[in-house]
Write a protein that binds this ligand. Sequence first.
Ligand SMILES: O=P(O)(O)OC[C@H]1O[C@](O)(CO)[C@@H](O)[C@@H]1O
Length: 451
Amino acid sequence: MSKYVTFDYSAAKGFITESEIKMIEKIAEYAKAELLNKTGAGNDFLGWIDLPVDYDKEEFRRIQEAAGKIKEDSEVLLVIGIGGSYLGARAAIEFLRHSFYNSVSKEIRKTPEIYFVGNNISSTYISHLIEVIGDRDFSINIISKSGTTTEPAIAFRVFKKLLIEKYGKAEAAKRIYATTDKAKGALKNLATEEGYESFVVPDDVGGRYSVLTAVGLLPIAVSGADITKLMEGAQSMRERCLNNPFASNDAMLYAAVRNILLRKGKNIEIVANYEPFLHYVSEWWKQLYGESEGKDQKGIFPAAVDLTTDLHSMGQFIQDGQRTMFETVINLEKSPVEIIMEEEEVDLDGLNYLAGKSVDFINKSAMNGTRLAHTDGHVPNLLVNLPEQNEFFLGELFYFFEFACGISGYILGVNPFDQPGVESYKKNMFALLGKPGFEKQREELLKRLES
Ligand SMILES: O=P(O)(O)OC[C@H]1O[C@](O)(CO)[C@@H](O)[C@@H]1O
């Protein structure tokens, strides 16, 4: 077991030459210098680089205090946010806490149930969640950096009303925690007006890089996970990302290797996990890389599979379909749980050959076999090793992917810190909804929809 999160591309060496690595090293070094000297595109969004060592300690203390209050006075916490304003918290809670967090008994969980809402516009989802809350005590953490995103704003209206009906305006305000810009946006105005406790998304940290700010930290702390250890993990990875030379700088190597593969026509990266609790880490990773690199008609399409589950749905395509992908496996080296297969007197299911072996050994064998099979099927295989399922290594993993993403975006020649493409759907939606200021577009769109 390694001491850190590590990157290993040895299984992909058949697809990459040493001279390609040598050549891209210079570009990766240049990208790193751009990042650290803040001379590249999007350089006003680099606050995440120093966050693990340079965060607001006073706010950190308030986050822990607020988490303590929510744990005491609420059976349910609603986390309202979308994209970077929810994926990191969800990834962390699913990774760090019980697989059935919300359904396991309170004696085991010890902390409030946590539901994520405002990440879609489904009335069914909202109304079912209202039923789940029932007449139980609840609080809301509304998270929106811009403070104007439609999906969370809609959910917030609904649940704020519910909270006010239950507790009255003054008490409801004490159960609403707003994480947003320090000065501007509709949510900031509302929070100031209504006196909600507020936390700040720093100006220079974009949504998808914000998991280590109050955006992620408050919900994660409410779940009972240790946010100090999470920050320590990020610090530890930051140290190596900033100081290690290319040959031993795992984040730089990952960024370099994926760009070499892209140049060879591998324009889809599939992140694969073998543990269900990594599902939302993959979802978080998808936004990080998708929004950072998918622009100017460029980028690697970030996809994800949960294995072995999806081997029985997507496995055929990965093994044998169009050869445009590579795979990055997030490998949890040590499962915290050991279940040993037992021998049965009559071997009706034919599984006695597994007697004495652990379920995790079987899982790892599936992983090793699949990696070899995919490699044989011309899917280059990369490995990110995660030593253990805890806060420290998750902090390392978050920072590893963030740093690699910045480097990779610069190697690709895009601004990894903006997301101009997201605005197109918003404009059309506002026009169709009749938002003031969008009258002309509305007419045009309605004509197109009618024709
Ligand atoms: O925190 P906000 O401003 O509500 O944004 C949520 C998400 O929406 C996006 O801005 C895309 O519209 C993402 O980049 C962001 O993570």
